[in-house]
Design a protein around this ligand. Sequence first.
Ligand code: NAP
Length: 286
Amino acid sequence: MGKKHFALIGHPVSHSVSAFVNNQLFKFSDIDADYDVVDIPPMDLSNAYTLLRRFDGFNVTIPYKQSIISYLDSLSIKASTYNSVNTVKNCENFSKGYTTDPEGLIRALELSEIPLCGKVVVIGAGGAARAAAYEAAIAGCDTIVSVRTESLGHAASLIGDVISSVTAPQISSCTLDALIDNDQSIDLLINATPVGMYPNVDKCVVPESLVKRCKSVFDMIYNPLETKLIKIAKKNGIKCSNGLLMLINQAICAHNIWTGSKFDLSDIRQLIVDTEQKIIDNFKTV
Ligand code: NAP
């Protein structure tokens, strides 16, 4: 069997650590493969798709998680339900899309000992928020999708999708302003927006007064490792986690789909440490 080829597509993707994580995973599973990062400018997806068919598989990130769907031959049940694809497996004349973000998130919460229960606030209504809102609703949480006023339409469409596919979900939406004005406690706050991500590291999507009302906080961002939101949570003694464990666990699921690989826990522990260092080093060079 010849060398296999994989990639991440998105825009912009130049600061991604996905190539590092995925190439390490191929080393651990002793599979002769490479993993590249392909930046596809907006509007160019249809031209690029012919090239993408030549890969054995690829990952998909912002802004193509929905738009890739129309090019694929088939979808996993989860990808179809969540209307989001982050992993594609290509066979000779057939391509299938999957989403491993939900499993990555659930595994990251478990490893961080953050319970997915009670009142869960998901900030954002994009692809990652979709995974979080579905998983929270399926877990029976009182799920609130909170967005800026101009995104209420996106939140309504996400809630509509959850209601039509999850049995009796408890899910609603509100603006970030309404969430901030309210004084109720929150069991888990999930940031599924890019607010606070490099280079805008001084931004936090919610004020400290709201973070103080949370029992736990999960920030999907991993660049920087310690966002302003995570700093505020730590300062107030609130259990919290960044998005690195989610990134690594969604990649593990993708490898399982592509090659059936399983990994040793010791290798994954080392990968977490090495990826943290890689992110820190990337920061020093920018
Ligand atoms: P996306 O589809 O572009 O969605 C982003 C969401 O954030 C949208 O709802 C957007 O609102 C909202 N938003 C953007 N700027 C905002 C602001 N200033 N204030 C309030 N809301 C704002 O992106 P995504 O794929 O869901 O990713 C979201 C974040 O999660 C990114 O930081 C990404 O890196 C991270 N992520 C991490 C992992 C992981 O493995 N750790 C996996 C997936 C995603 P509009 O709809 O109005 O634009």
